[in-house]
Design a protein around this ligand. Structure first.
Ligand code: SF4
Ligand code: SF4
Length: 200
């Protein structure tokens, strides 16, 4: 039986532990350390001690838990050390991020992962939620009708998703816009308006 526990103010699963995973110390960028995504943190001893500065690690490390630690909806197949994928729900941004091991860049397209990621996209479209796959600094937007590879995605770039009606029904598109060109209340949202013809 799944037991829940409080983890840094969030509800997590008591029986799940990071063990020798450390994948977040590799796949995620850490601003406080200027660590790029997809490279091991210099303070990490994977498979051994883990974080060598555990007591002094940055707050963005000490407060982080991936979705596998938090959600019973992700089964054992999603354990990041095994799946090579880290799922991070960003509720503030209304977005689901999937960070992929750059050594297995098509892993997210394999089953059972792809069907679940696609389902998040279909369900998310009804709630203005974005689903984005990251392979280091490359971003791929998963839409209900297709996937859009946005290529290199910089820290000041922003994803805008447009929805429009076509003869075939609902149609989505995605493109990158510098963040200062987007009204604050439209950032990190699925924008329900025609995408100014900038389909990709
Ligand atoms: S990716 Fe998740 S399971 Fe793995 S070390 Fe980080 S928080 Fe723990
Ligand atoms: S400081 Fe520690 S917890 Fe943070 S990324 Fe580096 S090894 Fe991981």
């Amino acid at each position: 039986m799944i037991e829940q526990t409080l983890m840094n103010g969030r509800i997590g699963i008591k029986q799940r532990h990071c063990e020798t995973c450390s994948q977040c110390c590799r796949l995620l960028s850490i601003d406080a350390l200027q660590k790029p995504a997809g490279e091991w943190c210099k303070h990490c001893e994977p498979g051994a001690e883990g974080c060598t500065i555990y007591q002094k690690r940055p707050e963005e490390c000490s407060t982080f838990h991936c979705d596998w630690r938090l959600s019973e909806h992700l089964g054992s197949e999603w354990f990041p050390q095994k799946s090579k994928l880290i799922v991070v729900s960003n509720s503030a941004a209304n977005r689901i991020d999937i960070h992929v091991d750059p050594n297995t860049p098509t892993r997210w397209r394999e089953e059972p992962y792809f069907s679940q990621i696609k389902l998040w996209s279909v369900l998310g479209a009804e709630h203005q939620k974005q689903v984005i796959v990251y392979i280091k600094n490359r971003a791929i937007v998963v839409l209900p009708n297709k996937e859009v590879d946005l290529g290199h995605f910089g820290p000041t770039d922003h994803v805008v998703i447009g929805e429009k009606q076509s003869f075939e029904g609902r149609e989505w598109c995605a493109y990158v816009v510098p963040i200062d060109q987007i009204p604050f209340d439209e950032r990190d949202r699925l924008v329900k308006k025609q995408a100014n013809g900038r389909d990709v």
